[in-house]
Each structure stands twice: as structure tokens, then as C-alpha cells.
Design a protein around this ligand. Structure first.
Ligand SMILES: [Zn+2]
Length: 224
């Protein structure tokens, strides 16, 4: 059912879903020291659901692909002190594989060190997720994607953004995003991408799609 919807949706709105990569910094790998504590990621139903939304984001052009993966990362809290996050360079696929995710217990933002459980290292934006979960104990889900049209139309959509541009995967970007996350559940990282926060995975994903619908409507109204 979802596939038919996506196909129709994409066909109808193809013109508006074109990706303009001018804003996007060339991806050149992770910028932290990653310490693998174990290769195992615990079983979780929530993780399969998170994967579903990662795949939907890719299909909708909210996490466009690049040579080494997708411009986007997705996480959900496991408990107070740990969270699951997509691995670095993950290409979202409809079929769920726990190997594409990591469990994070500890990050050291001064030593730029991240400890993880999983087969391959976590997303380059793991520190941002970590700091947001620390500052927002009320939220359990973070979906981070990239869509240039959304960035270009942020004012019309009434979206706040971080004040200064920071390079991806840096402590500065993570800190700026986590500060804004204290008061916003959907916001823009300047010249980079968007972040959606929520208590529950499906509601957070749906909120993002609602934002995309508003964006499409805006573009359609403009061309009418
Ligand atoms: Zn990003």
C-alpha cells in the first residue's frame, strides 16, 4: 500500500522533489574516533520501524543518496541512556537489517570519541543525536534529512534555523543543533538539512511528511 502511495506521490510531485545539491557539502567520511565495544546490536521492534521511515525518507527525496550512502541519519531511544542510530553511510532499504544500525551508550564531545555496539561505525552526526537526547529527555526519536527546497522555503514554512553554518559531523554543528532542539521539534540546520524530533517514531515521520506536503503545496501555489 505504502509503495503505491509513494509511486503516485512521486509521479505527481516529481518536479518539486528534484534535489539541488548546491548546498550540500561533499561527504568525506566520519570526523570522530569510534570505538567498537561489540559487533552486536540488540533485537528491537522499534528499530525495524525506524528503518521503515529511513526507507520512506529516501524514497521521498528527504535523504538523497550519495556515493557512500544517504544524506540522512535516524535514531530512536532505547532507554534513558542509550539509543539506536543508523550506521555511517547507510543506504536505506525497505528490508530491515539490524546490521545497518548501532547502539550508542557513550560519547565524549571533548575527546571526540564515540563508543558503539554494531558491525560498522555509527553516523557522522551521532554526537548531534546524543546531545539532543541529553537536552530533551521528553523525546525518543530524531530523524535528520536533507532537502534543498525545504531549506529554501523555511521562512514561508515558519521554520527556525541554526544561526551559523558549521561543517557536517562537527562538535559545533552538534552543539548548535542541540541548542535549537531545546525549543523546536522541527528545525533547519543552516545550509545543511532538517531535524525532526518526537516522542514516537510514526508520529515523527508523519510530521515530516506533513511538512513535505506543505512544501509541495507552497510550490504548487507559486506556479499556479
Ligand atoms: Zn546531515
Amino acid at each position: 500500500m505504502a509503495e503505491i502511495f509513494i509511486k503516485r506521490y512521486n509521479e505527481k510531485n516529481r518536479n518539486y522533489l528534484q534535489q539541488f545539491t548546491s548546498y550540500m557539502e561533499q561527504y568525506s567520511g566520519v570526523k570522530f574516533h569510534y570505538i567498537q565495544k561489540s559487533p552486536q546490536v540488540p533485537e528491537s521492534k522499534a528499530l525495524a520501524n525506524l528503518n521503515h521511515w529511513a526507507w520512506l525518507f529516501a524514497e521521498f527525496g528527504l535523504a538523497p543518496l550519495h556515493r557512500q550512502g544517504a544524506y540522512g541519519n535516524f535514531s530512536c531511544r532505547k532507554n534513558d541512556n542509550t539509543f539506536f542510530i543508523s550506521s555511517s553511510g547507510m543506504v536505506p532499504e525497505q528490508k530491515f537489517s539490524a546490521e545497518k544500525y548501532c547502539l550508542i551508550r557513550y560519547c565524549d564531545k571533548d575527546q571526540l570519541t564515540i563508543e558503539y555496539h554494531g558491525k560498522s561505525p555509527p553516523s557522522s552526526e551521532t554526537l548531534m543525536h546524543y546531545l539532543i537526547y541529553q537536552r530533551r529527555p521528553d523525546i525518543n526519536v530524531i530523524l535528520h534529512g536533507h532537502n534543498t527546497l525545504l531549506l529554501e522555503n523555511r521562512k514561508q514554512l515558519n521554520l527556525q534555523q541554526t544561526s551559523i553554518y558549521h561543517s557536517y559531523g562537527t562538535k559545533e554543528l552538534a552543539t548548535a543543533a542541540s541548542c535549537l532542539a531545546e525549543k523546536e521539534n522541527f528545525f533547519i540546520i543552516k545550509n545543511h538539512g532538517f531535524v525532526a524530533l518526537g516522542k514516537e517514531i510514526n508520529a515523527t515521520g508523519q510530521h515530516t511528511l506533513d511538512m513535505l506536503k506543505r512544501l509541495i503545496q507552497l510550490c504548487q501555489d507559486r506556479s499556479a
